[in-house]
Design a protein around this ligand. Structure first.
Ligand code: NAD
Length: 377
C-alpha cells in the first residue's frame, strides 16, 4: 500500500482535439492531497493553460508521452487512440471518456492488457451522468449552431435560414432525445427562432419540457410518428442515449432518405454508435458527408473545438471524482472488489473482464464479470 499515487495528464491525440482533462487549479488540488502529477509539455496549450501554469500549480512537466502514461493513474479527455494502446499495462488505472460500445478495438486492448478502466460517461449519481453532462451541454449548444451553419447553401445545405423571414415559415428542427444535449440543442435552435419538436421515450421528460415551454411540439419516440416529423424536417439533431449501451436507432435510413435534399442531420450520439441509421463517425478535420442528399455532421468530439470552455467545465466535474479515485488507489481500495460510491457506474473494464452491464451486453463474446450479459465463465 502507498500513501500517494502518480497521476499522469497526457496531451490529447485525437484529430483537432484541444481540450485538457485538468486545469492547473485541479492539478493543485491533487498535489494538496499528497499526490504527484506528471503533465505532458503542451497538454494545456490548446485550452489556454501554459506549461508554466502547471509547474506553478506544482506539477512535474515531462516531454515524453510514455513517461506520463507510466503514471499509476492516467486522466485524459478522449478515449485512447490506437497509437496509445502500447501504453496499456495491468497496473494502469485509466479515467477518461471511453465510449466502449462504439470502440470494439479499444475494449479488446483494455481487456488484453488488464487495465483498470473507469469511464467518465457512465459514472452515475442521483442527478444523472455528472461527467457526461458538461460536455453534452456544450455539444448540444454547438449542435444548433453547427446545424444552422450546415443549412446554408455555402455548406451544401438547402439554403434554409433557421428563423425564416416575414411571410416565410421558420426551419423545422427535430431533436431526438431530450436529455442534457438535446435540451441545449433545442434551446439553441429556438434561440435562432426555428420551430423545434422534441422526441423522447420518457414522457415525463417531455411533459416537463412542454410545461416549461422549451419546445414548440413534443413527440413520443414511436418509429412511424417520428418518421413523419423527420420527413418534414430541415435539421434533425440526434442525442438519444441509453448509458453504456449502443445508441438506440431512432431514425432509419429510409426516413433519412425521405428528407428534402440539402437537409441536415447532426448526430451527437455518434460517440455511442449513432441514433440515426446513416450516421458514421466524422472528424473535426472532415466533419461532414452527404448521403441520400442529406448533409451528415457526425463529429465524435464536438466540444473539442471549444477547448477553453470545455476544459474548464470538464475539469470542474472530473477533479473531485479523480481525487477520490487517487485517494482510494493510494489506500489500496479502488479497482478491487469494493467500488467507491463516488465512482458508481464508472468501472467499465477491470481484471481482464468487462464490469459494466450495458457494455457487456454490446460484446457478448468478450469476457465479462460474473453475472453480466457477456459472462463467458
Ligand atoms: N458527439 C459529441 O461530441 C458528444 C459530446 C457530448 C455528448 N455526446 C453524446 O450525446 C448523447 C446524449 O447525451 P446526454 O448527456 O444528453 O444524455 P441524457 O442521458 O441526458 O439524455 C438522453 C436522452 O435520450 C432519451 N432516449 C433514450 N432512448 C431513446 C429513444 N429510443 N428515443 C428517443 N429518446 C431516447 C432518454 O430518455 C434521455 O432523455 C450521448 O450519446 C453522449 O455521449 C456527444
Amino acid at each position: 500500500m502507498v500513501s500517494s499515487v502518480r497521476v499522469g495528464l497526457p496531451s490529447e491525440t485525437k484529430d483537432r482535439e484541444r481540450r485538457v482533462a485538468l486545469t492547473p487549479s485541479a492539478v493543485n488540488l491533487l498535489i494538496g492531497h499528497g499526490h504527484e502529477v506528471l503533465v505532458q509539455a503542451g497538454a494545456g496549450e490548446g485550452a489556454g493553460f501554459t506549461d508554466e501554469h502547471y509547474t506553478q500549480a506544482g506539477a512535474r512537466l515531462v516531454a515524453d508521452a510514455a513517461e506520463v502514461w507510466g503514471a499509476d493513474l492516467v486522466c485524459k479527455v478522449k478515449e485512447p487512440q490506437s497509437s496509445e494502446y502500447a501504453h496499456f499495462r495491468d497496473d494502469l488505472t485509466l479515467f477518461a471518456y471511453l465510449h466502449l460500445a462504439a470502440e470494439p478495438d479499444l475494449t479488446r486492448a483494455l481487456l488484453d492488457a488488464g487495465v483498470h478502466a473507469y469511464a467518465f460517461e457512465t459514472l452515475t449519481d442521483r442527478y444523472g451522468l455528472p461527467l457526461l453532462a458538461p460536455m453534452s451541454e456544450i455539444a448540444g449548444r454547438a449542435a444548433a449552431i453547427v446545424g444552422a451553419a450546415q443549412l446554408s447553401s455555402a455548406s451544401g445545405g438547402s439554403g434554409t435560414l433557421m428563423g425564416g423571414a416575414a411571410g416565410v415559415p421558420p426551419a423545422k428542427v427535430v431533436v431526438l432525445g431530450m436529455g442534457v444535449a438535446g435540451t441545449m440543442a433545442a434551446i439553441g435552435a429556438r434561440g435562432l427562432d426555428a420551430h423545434v419538436t422534441g422526441v423522447d421515450v420518457d414522457l415525463h421528460r417531455l411533459y416537463e419540457h412542454h410545461l416549461a415551454g422549451n419546445l414548440d411540439a413534443t413527440q413520443a419516440s414511436e418509429p412511424a410518428l417520428v418518421g413523419e416529423h423527420v420527413r418534414e424536417a430541415d435539421l434533425v439533431i440526434g442525442a438519444a442515449l441509453v448509458p453504456g449501451a449502443r445508441a438506440p436507432v431512432v431514425v432509419t435510413e429510409e426516413q433519412v432518405a425521405s428528407m428534402r435534399p440539402g437537409s441536415v442531420v447532426v448526430d451527437l450520439a455518434i460517440d455511442q454508435g449513432g441514433c440515426i441509421e446513416t450516421a458514421r463517425p466524422t472528424s473535426l478535420s472532415e466533419p461532414t458527408y452527404v448521403e441520400h442528399g442529406v448533409v451528415h455532421y457526425c463529429v465524435t468530439n464536438v466540444p473539442g473545438q471549444f477547448p477553453r470552455t470545455a476544459s474548464k467545465a470538464l475539469s470542474a466535474a472530473v477533479a473531485p471524482k479523480l481525487l477520490r479515485l487517487a485517494d482510494d488507489l493510494a489506500a489500496g481500495r479502488a479497482g478491487t472488489e469494493q467500488e467507491h460510491p463516488v465512482l458508481q457506474g464508472a468501472r467499465n473494464v477491470d481484471g481482464g473482464a468487462i464490469q459494466h452491464e450495458a457494455v457487456a451486453a454490446v460484446f457478448p463474446d468478450l469476457p465479462a464479470a460474473a453475472g453480466l450479459a457477456g459472462d463467458a465463465a
